[in-house]
Design a protein around this ligand. Structure first.
Ligand SMILES: Cc1cc2nc3c(=O)[nH]c(=O)nc-3n(C[C@H](O)[C@H](O)[C@H](O)COP(=O)(O)O)c2cc1C
Length: 261
């Protein structure tokens, strides 16, 4: 696959993967891709955990589902992320960013805009939406054949220091390499991010993965092979975010006073 083709096709996978295990050769290619990323002074401050153990995956999935339900039920998710939600293709094209919530169960559709609004929290809870989302997410994670944890060495990662910033840049680049590599291998990848938003839940994942004091757990992903196009299933509440800003809304020429045309 051409590099630009891989970059253009790289996507977040919201739906389920095939149940097939990810081959060891592919797992190692993902880690090699990460290791080829640039890092300050070639420090390679990243570490990864390849998680295939079913018991650990089930436990992480349960934490993911529970935290998603909690964040939605308490309205924390909406408060924090409301500004990114779009409800029509037209809105996507105007704003050129955010995520377009284009899939919803029938009963929710009439309230599509209000439902993602704090005032409608009671309605959402009455309809059982947080539980539905949490249960669906738990299944998605549990049925992903591979989870991948990304960590940084604390020797390098000092959050208030310049090295902390360098580490975040470096890890971002390593993860992008993994993400691109999944595209080349017919795989998909998605953040398992809700546990990060609740410190006690994040600690539970640290404990499950036996993360030692010298490492900082930064992120967890779920991965697997993509089903064939006709077998792809979309989650009951789903979004897409293919839209990108046009060059003139992204880049300047020479100084910030002149947009690139
Ligand atoms: C720092 C960061 C956090 C993200 N968190 C989540 C997340 O919690 N759940 C999720 O499904 N996707 C998450 N994503 C993926 C973005 O939503 C996605 O990259 C964006 O909408 C563009 O879509 P695309 O990756 O399909 O091009 C995250 C991406 C980044 C870089």
């Amino acid at each position: 696959m051409d590099l630009i083709e891989a970059i253009r096709n790289r996507r977040t996978t919201n739906g389920p993967f095939k149940p097939d295990p990810v081959s060891k050769a592919h797992q190692h290619l993902l880690i090699e891709a990460a290791s080829r990323a640039p890092s300050h002074f070639n420090s390679q401050p990243w570490r990864f955990i390849l998680i295939e153990d079913s018991d650990i995956r089930q436990k992480i999935a349960a934490i993911g589902g529970r935290t998603m339900t909690q964040l939605f039920a308490e309205g924390r998710f909406f408060r924090r992320y409301r500004k990114y939600f779009r409800f029509s293709q037209q809105e996507m094209e105007e704003k050129q960013d955010g995520i377009y919530i284009d899939t919803m169960p029938g009963p929710l559709r009439p309230f599509i805009k209000q439902v993602f609004n704090e005032k409608a929290l009671g309605l959402l809870n009455t309809l059982g939406v947080p539980k539905l989302l949490g249960n669906d997410n738990q299944k998605l994670v549990a049925n992903s054949p591979l989870l991948l944890a990304a960590l940084l060495t604390k020797e390098e990662y000092v959050p208030d220091d310049l090295s902390g910033f360098y580490c975040l840049l470096s890890l971002g680049m390593a993860i992008e390499n993994i993400w691109l590599m999944t595209t080349g291998l017919g795989m998909g990848i998605q953040f398992v991010s809700t546990p990060m938003e609740i410190p006690e839940a994040w600690q539970e994942i640290n404990d499950l993965l036996k993360v030692p004091p010298e490492l900082e757990l930064m992120a967890v992903y779920r991965l697997g092979y993509l089903p064939d196009e006709k077998e792809k299933v979309r989650p009951r509440i789903d979004w897409q975010s293919k839209q990108r800003r046009t060059i003139s809304r992204l880049a300047f020429r020479d100084t910030c006073e002149r947009s690139e045309e």
